[in-house]
Design a protein around this ligand. Structure first.
Ligand code: ATP
Length: 233
């Protein structure tokens, strides 16, 4: 499986894949203020895999959501391949994500009434490039070829994690932003998922993951640590 043929076309992005400049995000619930991000800056370049680690509640999911343009920071901005995603109309953000960014959130990416294969074909349809052979090859790479016709509710937790990654990568993005892609999977499944990330990185994709897994972080090019809303390399 790890010696799979080159699945991803080589990405050539001349600019930083992701540039985050001085991000602030404060949440307010009643009188309670949570300072989730306090001046976070980072760059993610083509062909690198960066892991963000930090205690539960340190702001990792908030950072990922701001990078993906799913949430707006209160201060600072994010550029994807030189294009601003922060505080842009939702249609523009969705287009940018659809063409350049694969997003894998903690709550999985799959629509419950579509088969695993149809879930993988959906982002391709939105990006205007349906490639069933590629979708099946990706499913094969994560060992899910025999689950293509199953509904998400018929998969195990580890299988769901693998299918979610396939959906995030289906439209051949330049950037993958994945929030704890190996949460709640066993060591073998983590290895399979890493191989897919590594393959994507080798072909020039830029990967940023949040993780609690020291084993996964050890295989990243860089590890960033979030503590009290600030990043430390
Ligand atoms: N929508 C929200 N409203 C209010 N507070 C929030 C909201 N989302 C997150 N928070 C708070 O912001 C802080 C950062 O949360 P976040 O989910 O980014 O942390 P995390 O590092 O991803 O945690 P975990 O590792 O447990 O997933 C936490 O204290 C959380 O309670």
């Amino acid at each position: 499986m790890s010696s799979a043929p080159a699945l991803f076309t080589t990405v050539s992005a001349p600019l930083d894949s992701v540039l985050a400049d001085d991000l602030y995000r404060f949440y307010h619930v009643g009188d309670e203020e949570t300072r989730a991000l306090r001046g976070v800056s980072l760059t993610l370049r083509p062909g690198e895999l960066v892991a963000v680690m930090g205690a539960s509640g340190s702001g990792k999911s908030t950072l990922l959501a701001c990078l993906a343009g799913l949430d707006d920071p209160d201060g600072g901005h994010v550029d994807i391949g030189g294009t601003r995603i922060t505080r842009r109309p939702e249609g523009e953000r969705a287009r940018l994500r659809g063409t350049r960014v694969g997003v894998l959130l903690q709550s999985d990416n799959l629509l419950p009434h579509l088969s695993v294969l149809d879930n993988a074909l959906l982002p391709m349809r939105l990006a205007g490039k349906v490639d069933r052979t590629f979708a099946l090859a990706l499913l094969g790479q994560v060992g899910l070829e025999r689950r293509a016709g199953h509904l998400p509710g018929q998969l195990s937790g580890g299988e769901l994690a693998r299918a979610g990654l396939v959906v995030a990568l289906a439209a051949s993005p330049q950037v993958l932003l994945a929030d704890e892609p190996t949460a709640e999977v066993d060591a073998d499944t983590e290895q399979r998922l890493f191989e897919v990330l590594d393959h994507f990185r080798t072909r020039g994709g830029a990967v940023l993951i949040s993780t609690h897994s020291p084993a996964l972080a050890a295989r990243a090019d860089r590890v960033l640590r979030l503590h009290d809303g600030r990043l430390h390399e």
